[in-house]
Design a protein around this ligand. Structure first.
Ligand code: VGL
Ligand code: ZN
Length: 221
């Protein structure tokens, strides 16, 4: 939905790229595979190289996490239940701490990333957003980290477009950062229309969706 601009974006000191949950369990073959999730890896590597500030998020759940269908006898994955803080989608067990599924995709190469932010570590609260857990009250500390470092603009990429990337972008915007989705560097789960709902919500909040080519200087083709 973004206004097309002919000017390439050149990331500077006040910009950060947040690379959301590019982990084995969200890639084909993983426990909660996002269709074609692994396709974003080379693009994200190139994109990240253009940023001085990069934050990686890592979904990092203890066994028996409340978001796991297996923690709720009789419930199935992808059902929604009501928990203390409101609705919660139930997922297959995924990104369990210190398991191979929780590791970053092996071809993700971002050695200069300054922060790896683990989320979803509280057994009783899920966390889609990199900024606030799903109770919408418990902060992860990322707002403070970014503000202290003078960041004003947040670009987002990764998995899944319609869950963790979406909620991270929306919280970034609410916190007063200029948020921007790099849509072709994301892939979605698409549960009950969640991709369309995400596009509508982002548009309503004025959060643009751009493409990686808007940054990376194109070599003459
Ligand atoms: C995610 C569902 C559960 C995500 C994480 O990274 O989008 N989705 N946990
Ligand atoms: Zn999770």
């Amino acid at each position: 939905m973004s206004e097309a601009t002919n000017e390439a974006i050149l990331p500077g000191d006040h910009d950060v790229l947040i690379v959301v949950d590019v982990q084995n369990d969200f890639c084909p073959g993983g426990a909660l595979a996002v269709p074609r999730g692994d396709e974003v890896v080379p693009l994200i590597n190139r994109l990240a190289a253009a940023f001085r500030n990069v934050v990686l998020t890592q979904d990092w759940h203890p066994r028996g996490h409340l978001s796991f269908a297996s923690s709720h006898p009789g419930k199935r994955a992808f059902e929604t239940i009501t928990v203390d803080y409101g609705p919660q989608v139930l997922w297959p067990d995924h990104c369990v701490q210190q398991t191979p599924g929780a590791e970053f995709h092996e071809r993700l190469q971002i050695p200069h990333a300054g922060l790896v932010l683990r989320k979803g570590t509280d057994r009783l609260i899920d966390s889609y957003s990199a900024f606030y857990e799903n109770d919408r009250k418990t902060p992860t500390g990322l707002v403070g980290y970014l503000r202290e470092r003078g960041v004003t603009r947040v670009f987002l990429a990764g998995l899944a477009f319609d869950f963790c990337v979406r909620y991270s972008a929306e919280d970034a915007s609410r916190e007063g950062f200029a948020a921007c989705m790099v849509e072709d560097a994301c892939r979605g789960i698409d549960l009950n229309g969640s991709v369309d709902a995400t596009r509508e919500s982002l548009a309503a909040l004025g959060i643009p969706c751009i493409a990686a080519r808007d940054f990376i200087p194109q070599t003459a083709a």
